[in-house]
Design a protein around this ligand. Structure first.
Ligand SMILES: *Cc1c(COP(=O)(O)O)cnc(C)c1O
Length: 413
């Protein structure tokens, strides 16, 4: 890895000073942003990269014969190389730019899925998937008369992997698994699941939308066949995401959307498709978005993914202790292998009321079902309150959250 090794101490104050949006008050209180699993805030370096791209290099890519076109192409392809290094892919041909994690899953379902899945075949997902890793497969199953099977989740919020051997059948064609749950925070043993699936030659798609900004990702070590994540959760812009796919699989997949940039030559008799990864990037992409994602990755590499993971672990442990002291709080998801997410209910108070009351205190959290209806059903809760962490959150912010929850609880009890 050529990533710069950070030499200085992890200073959350210094990190916070990189995020302009955090320097504001909400309802007269300092903003405490704990809705990071929904989207993260952007460091100045990312904002500047967007402004800089549009003020100095804006042009379309891959086809202009002028200086700006060359600069824009270099910036876009440079971002692809940064992504490759960030996830340790073997080649930039394996890095496809998409809009977000959701689009990445849909691309795989509509191309690889449509060619490899037929009547009676099975797709295996888990009960803790985000809708993005359920619905595209359901749509495919409906079209192909295939069957969606589900790895169950236990009361702690962990996958029941004893069930895996029975669930992997001769008809299983693909496993789709979330690396880290956006509701429970559980970090799944994806490498183990991938090994077991590969023992039956079944490819695995990993949803890394949550994990990518909390921990280092190495697709070669993981040995996943596909992996998706979104730029906006990785401190980057909205509208840009990544699909990683092993070259052998991508090469074998039919194109998805047709149009410019994904072709080598077009006549009305025959169209020759472009090489990887351009074959899957029809039309003008979100060039500035890719550039901004590259800047976010630079910022993360400079800060250090392992150090972010270590720091967030201390926050997580601290918050777990504090929230356990809040009367009537039920934590959903208590796996020892969990990161950066607190989902809970507060007895006698509707989650939406908790959300509104916290907002008055300047505390931004999310309430609801978190795009995971099946998981809510599993835990028999209509909704939860979710406070989720990022590298810029502090112990004091968690103190404030716990204090506010205590007073909300007293008010309603
Ligand atoms: C946010 C999220 C997604 C979807 O991400 P989009 O950016 O909305 O496409 C998928 N899976 C998980 C686990 C998520 O947290």
């Amino acid at each position: 890895m050529t990533a710069t090794t950070p030499t200085t101490e992890y200073s959350v104050e210094k990190i916070r000073s990189d995020f302009p949006i955090l320097q504001q008050t909400v309802h007269g209180k300092p903003l405490i942003y704990l809705d990071n699993a929904n989207t993260t805030q952007k460091p100045a370096a990312v904002l500047e990269s967007l402004a800089n791209f549009y003020s100095t290099s804006n042009s379309n890519i891959h086809r202009a014969s002028h200086m700006l076109g060359e600069r824009a192409t270099q910036a876009y392809e440079g971002a692809r190389e940064k992504v490759r290094e960030f996830i340790h892919a073997a080649s930039t041909q394996e890095v496809v730019f998409v809009r977000n994690a959701t689009e990445g899953v849909n691309l795989v379902a509509q191309t690889w899925g449509r060619t490899h899945i037929g009547k009676g075949d099975e797709i295996l997902v888990s009960a803790m998937e985000h809708h993005a890793n359920i619905v595209p497969w359901q749509m495919l199953c409906q079209e192909k008369e295939a069957i969606l099977r589900v790895i169950p989740v236990d009361d702690q919020g962990e996958l029941v992997l004893d069930a895996l051997d029975e669930l992997l059948t001769p008809r299983t064609r693909l496993v789709g698994i979330v690396h880290m749950s956006n509701v429970l925070g559980t970090v799944n043993p994806v490498q183990h699941i991938i090994q077991r699936a590969h023992a039956y030659s079944i490819p695995v798609l990993v949803d890394a939308a949550q994990s990518a900004y909390h921990m280092p990702i190495d697709v070669q070590q993981m040995d996943c066949d596909f992996l998706v994540f979104s730029g906006h959760k990785l401190y980057g812009p909205t509208g840009i995401g990544v699909l990683y796919g092993k070259k052998a699989l991508l090469q074998d997949m039919p194109p998805w959307q047709g149009g410019g940039d994904m072709i080598l030559s077009v006549s009305f008799e025959k169209t020759v498709y472009n090489d990887l990864p351009y074959r899957f990037e029809a039309g003008t992409p979100h060039i500035a978005g890719a550039v901004g994602l590259g800047a976010a990755i630079d910022w993360l590499q400079k800060t250090g993914m392992s150090r972010i993971a270590d720091y967030e672990r201390t926050l997580m442990q601290y918050g777990t202790k504090l929230l356990a002291q809040v009367d009537g709080l039920r934590m959903i998801g208590v796996s020892p292998s969990k990161a950066s997410v607190f989902s809970f209910t507060l007895e006698g108070v509707h989650p939406h009321d908790v959300g509104t009351m916290l907002d008055y205190e300047g505390i931004a959290i999310r309430t609801g079902q978190h795009c995971a209806h099946p998981l809510m059903q599993r835990f028999q809760v209509p909704a939860t309150v979710r406070a989720s962490l990022a590298c810029y959150n502090t112990h004091q912010e968690l103190d404030a959250l716990a204090e506010s929850l205590k007073s909300i609880r007293t008010m309603f009890a």
